[in-house]
Design a protein around this ligand. Structure first.
Ligand code: SF4
Ligand code: SF4
Length: 509
């Protein structure tokens, strides 16, 4: 009996396998003449579905069985099998062999390899993003060939602003902002069935390097290019900046605009969408975060006004690479055109590359604590970019140290390199924050604010100093840290019981 509610019994995997053993064997028979004993490993098991890895010898299959006791999941299975069927000869997704949309299951190839998110690092994120852009372009081409998977000429929305304001929450707010006026000039027409699930765990890199998309149950009709936009947003949640070369690589891999706008206009749309919508969670769909806000306010003297999500870095500590000092020295030398000339404060003051405001002024407590809660996710690519140092920071440091010697400046930068740093992040990134004094950091390090930090700065200018906001780091299914912060207090929240004790956190950026 179908049940559209949320309370239903998980499936019995053993009973399911026994009931469907003939069809499973028939699938294996298509690929291998001699079907030996089938090995089975449970990949995922929850009340909604189970996923099995089944293999014999070198032949591997994937069984995904949605719980047939709920009507809602029947839609997922039918959507996913239709998509997989359409992609069967494209090499973009695992081949579909058998399915049953009454009993809500299917059997496809199991791609032997690794989930993309497990292999992505700050070193390869740009290349991986380009590849995903290429995958999305091929996916869109394949989908456009199937009449039932696209529609054009209906003009349900005049332009991207018109489309996005219907989303509600942070997307609507961002689209209504005067900064987003440019969206009115960006028209849209064709809609296709988008994957609409950008998480890199839903891509598998096969052992030969080929990229496959998996798990299409979220697919739904969206404007052409939508998958690129939500992928950029997901990228920014993991690698917030200050470089956006991963998003540029994604758009370059996509290698087009949309059916209505050119590639550069699309790039602007994608970057704007990612930056403006990645972190604000004042949105009814993120109920887990709202519960933290409500739990805090139940006991607070001054209730928190807002809740804000930030990325959440893993604070695993690792030794700094032995080659860092050498690379840093070479970089600083290369930044100064004529390293034989001594640096001078006059040079610094006269340097037209030196910005008037290099962000060394103190930041508000709310902003400082926001970055503390995040633990510096935007520093994650600082090693690849050698702490983002530019010429202006070198002159500023000379001024700060009161020296005219480039060797002295280099020595100071090298001496500040810590023994240990946060793994997969900038070599200056320690468990308590940046090892460099603000005066020695690059201008971009001092000035950069991700979308969440910008939103907190805006809130700070609008809220009374004693009104807290709640800052949460991590995904709403796995909150890593949460703080209530105003200009006068900072309280660490227990993310399980959402109650408080005084903060002793020390991270600063
Ligand atoms: S600006 Fe602050 S909140 Fe944003 S990513 Fe950087 S450290 Fe995190
Ligand atoms: S703020 Fe410090 S730790 Fe972060 S990227 Fe810049 S130099 Fe590296």
């Amino acid at each position: 009996m179908a049940n559209s509610g949320g309370n239903f019994e998980p499936q019995d995997i053993k009973a399911w396998l026994a009931a469907n053993s003939d069809r499973i064997k028939a699938v294996f028979n298509e690929d291998t003449s001699k079907v030996g004993t089938l090995e089975v490993k449970v990949q995922a098991f929850n009340p909604y579905c189970f996923i099995l890895h089944v293999w014999t010898g070198d032949t591997h299959k994937r069984i995904k069985a949605y719980n047939p006791n709920t009507e809602r999941l029947a839609g997922y299975c039918s959507r996913e099998t239709q998509l997989l069927g359409a992609l069967n000869d494209t090499g973009l997704a695992p081949r579909l062999y058998d399915f049953d949309t009454t009993e809500n299951w299917y059997i496809s190839d199991w791609i032997v390899g690794s989930e993309l998110h497990a292999t992505v690092t700050p070193d390869n994120i740009v290349a991986a993003s380009r590849e995903v852009g290429q995958w999305l372009a091929k996916y869109a081409q394949s989908i456009l060939k199937v009449d039932a998977f696209s529609e054009a000429g209906k003009k349900q929305h005049k332009n991207w602003r018109d489309y996005l304001v219907n989303y509600g929450g942070v997307i609507e707010q961002a689209a209504l902002d005067p900064e987003a006026d440019f969206l009115e000039g960006l028209t849209l027409d064709t809609r296709i069935v988008a994957k609409d699930d950008p998480h890199f765990g839903n891509y598998i890199r096969a052992e030969d390097g080929t990229l496959f998309g998996i798990d299409f149950e979220m697919s739904t009709l969206r404007p052409y290019g939508w998958d690129v936009m939500v992928t950029a947003r997901a990228l920014l949640r993991t690698y917030p900046g200050p470089q956006f070369d991963h998003i540029d690589a994604l758009v370059d891999g996509w290698a087009q605009g949309t059916d209505c706008i050119d590639q550069e206009s699309f790039r602007k749309l994608v970057r704007w969408f990612a930056e403006k919508t990645a972190f604000d969670v004042n949105n009814p769909t993120v109920e887990g975060f709202r519960q933290i806000l409500h739990a805090y306010n139940a006991n607070a003297t001054v209730p928190a006004a807002k809740i804000m999500q930030v990325p959440g870095f893993e604070n695993e500590i690792d030794a700094v690479g032995a080659d860092v000092s050498q690379a840093l020295t070479a970089r600083i030398r290369s930044l100064i055109n004529n390293a034989d000339q001594p640096l001078s404060v006059e040079d610094y003051l006269a340097s037209d590359t030196t910005p008037q405001d290099s962000g060394t002024a103190d930041v508000s407590l709310r902003l400082a604590k926001t970055c503390e809660t995040c633990e510096g996710s935007c520093c994650s690519r600082g090693t690849q970019n050698l702490a983002y140092l530019k010429e202006d920071a070198i002159y500023r440091t000379a001024h700060y140290l009161g020296t005219k010697s480039l060797a002295h400046v280099i020595d100071a930068y090298v001496k500040h390199v810590p023994e240990n740093h946060v793994k997969n992040s900038c070599f200056y990134h320690t468990s308590t924050g940046c090892a460099l004094p603000r005066e020695m950091r690059s201008t971009i390090c001092n000035m950069y604010q991700c979308g969440a930090a910008q939103a907190v700065s805006k809130m700070t200018s609008e809220l009374d100093p004693d009104v807290p906001i709640i800052v949460v780091a991590g995904h709403h299914t796995e909150v890593k840290r949460a703080y209530a912060v105003s200009e006068q207090l900072s309280k660490k929240l227990d993310v399980k019981i959402a109650n408080t004790h005084t903060s002793n956190a020390q991270f600063t950026r």
